[in-house]
Design a protein. Sequence first.
Lengths: 111, 113
Amino acid sequence: SQQGEEDPQALSIQEGENATMNCSYKTSINNLQWYRQNSGRGLVHLILIRSNEREKHSGRLRVTLDTSKKSSSLLITASRAADTASYFCATGADSWGKLQFGAGTQVVVTP
Amino acid sequence: DVKVTQSSRYLVKRTGEKVFLECVQDMDHENMFWYRQDPGLGLRLIYFSYDVKMKEKGDIPEGYSVSREKKERFSLILESASTNQTSMYLCASSPRVGGEKLFFGSGTQLSVL
């Protein structure tokens, strides 16, 4: 079953702008993660936020989590052409790595 | 860096063939996973394994089986390939301790004709 749902499905911005994408999920979670996928390749882990955290930063990435609304957002600041990729949220209900993924947001950053 | 290697980048098979997709990881991870990825559906978990010779069904195990004879290798088997199994297959691994984060292979794009 698909746990996370990303919004929007696609996003087109110019270099230097910020990109924001959202993820909603349905059941209780232990953690929420964001992954990036370039051009049909494997996924790369970006950031993990636990259910007792509200905000986390990593470089140009900022993730928020609102467990009362069962939603998360990923903000990429000062985007670059190299940020062009698909971004997936994934929810984990345990510490064993079994994740439920959403359908992803396709981000295109134009120079 | 962790390396997860999938044996084929592209694979074309005929309906009814038995298909083996191989995945090897080099970081001594206990957990290994097989996902398939389809447009608009994201990644769906087929099977996973927490240890050698152990396997658990994921969300869509029908038509698939797996084998984990060695810790570093996790194989996905399509017993009799069908056209609806045309998809991108992604293998991932994680350590038992602190294993929330997954490390993915580059994927195998399988076409069943």
